[in-house]
Ligand binder design. Structure first.
Ligand SMILES: [Zn+2]
Length: 342
């Protein structure tokens, strides 16, 4: 290896042997927004998941880069917003410029029970970069079932949290037993988010990730880190296994077994509804022609976007549709029927 990682190799905790382990690691990032893009940058720069050793950095995200993402989401530029790029693709390209040796796999899909095995089943570590507990519970189910380590992290307002989940320690469901009812928790939409807290929490997650990959004895599982980014406080709260936990104790993997993939989803911070694929084959070329009668159409490898005076619609190559300026699934469905005929 060149001297790219020489300063890291000098650390007694890593060394040349540890650096080789980082290169060989296979890591999936679920969500490449605020926390996910910071984590991708941190791990990629540290040499995690390089081609020469059979490593992998899989970047999974369902959405495109938006202007309001740029204050917090590293790796993206105004040009990505203008060219309607999916976050996964834009992040992978930015990382490739940083280190062409990285084994990057952008995935422009929504992680759901149907594809969770395929997207997370062949990696050593899963990192949470999502903004919702439904996806986190799904990741928790799959990783606990398979004994695969994963790290939950989230940032709202000026506070961030993280939890390392490994077999034999408490899981996310020991901490959050049920899905919070819609509207009961503050979200980045209602409470805002301070960009510097994202850097704080993801620095801690990135360090725990390296320790997990290196099989270091000092991995901090079984405790929740709580970061108050405004005051600059980091504290930890120990978390015991809940003997009634449906996931890690009763092995009833409800989120993995549910059909959440079939449900429309409200997207946090977007005033938009995502409709799942209908199952009909997707032909972006003919959809673009059809939509061109309605407004300005932009086409890329992964999607078609329509901008019309009263509407914006995204059709992805996996069949998902995102419709802006609505929070009603039935309105979104009728817009899709009118514009795409299904
Ligand atoms: Zn549990």
């Amino acid at each position: 290896m060149s001297d790219r990682f020489i300063r890291q190799e000098r650390l007694p905790q890593i060394g040349t042997e540890g650096q080789a382990k980082l290169a060989a690691a296979r890591v999936a990032l679920v969500g490449v927004g605020a926390t996910g893009s910071h984590l991708a940058a941190s791990l990629g720069r540290a040499g995690v998941g390089r081609t020469e050793k059979g490593g992998l950095l899989r970047l999974i995200d369902r959405d495109i880069v938006e202007l309001s993402n740029l204050p917090r989401q590293t790796l993206f530029t105004t040009a990505d917003v203008e060219s309607v790029r999916p976050k996964a693709e834009a992040a992978a390209e930015a990382l490739e410029h940083i280190d062409p040796g990285l084994a990057l796999e952008p995935v422009v899909e929504d992680l759901v029970s149907d594809n969770a095995n395929q997207l997370l089943g062949d990696v050593d570590l899963v990192l949470d970069g999502t903004d919702n507990f439904t996806t986190r519970m799904l990741v928790n189910d799959l990783c606990v079932r398979d004994g695969r380590p994963w790290i939950y992290s989230g940032v709202v307002g000026t506070e961030g949290q993280l939890l390392v989940v490994r077999s034999s320690t408490a899981c996310l469901r020991c901490y959050v037993p049920e899905l919070p009812a819609p509207g009961t928790l503050p979200t980045c939409d209602t409470a805002g988010v301070l960009g510097s807290v994202v850097s704080l929490i993801t620095s801690l997650v990135a360090t725990e990730s390296l320790k997990i990959i290196l099989k270091d004895d000092d991995v901090r599982d079984g405790e929740v880190f709580v970061v108050d980014g405004w005051r600059g406080d980091v504290r930890t709260v120990s978390l015991s296994i809940d003997p009634t936990c449906p996931c890690c104790q009763r092995q009833s993997y409800e989120f993995l077994n549910s059909q959440s993939a079939a449900m429309p989803t409200e997207l946090c911070g977007r005033n938009a509804i995502q409709l799942p694929p209908t199952g009909a084959p997707v032909d972006l070329e003919s959809a673009a022609k059809r939509l061109a009668k309605e407004g300005v159409v932009t086409r890329s490898r992964f999607l078609v976007r329509l901008d019309s005076p009263d509407r914006r619609l995204l059709l992805f190559s996996d069949g998902r549709v995102i419709i802006d300026n609505t929070q009603s699934a039935s309105e979104a469905r009728s817009v899709r029927a009118k514009l795409l005929g299904d």
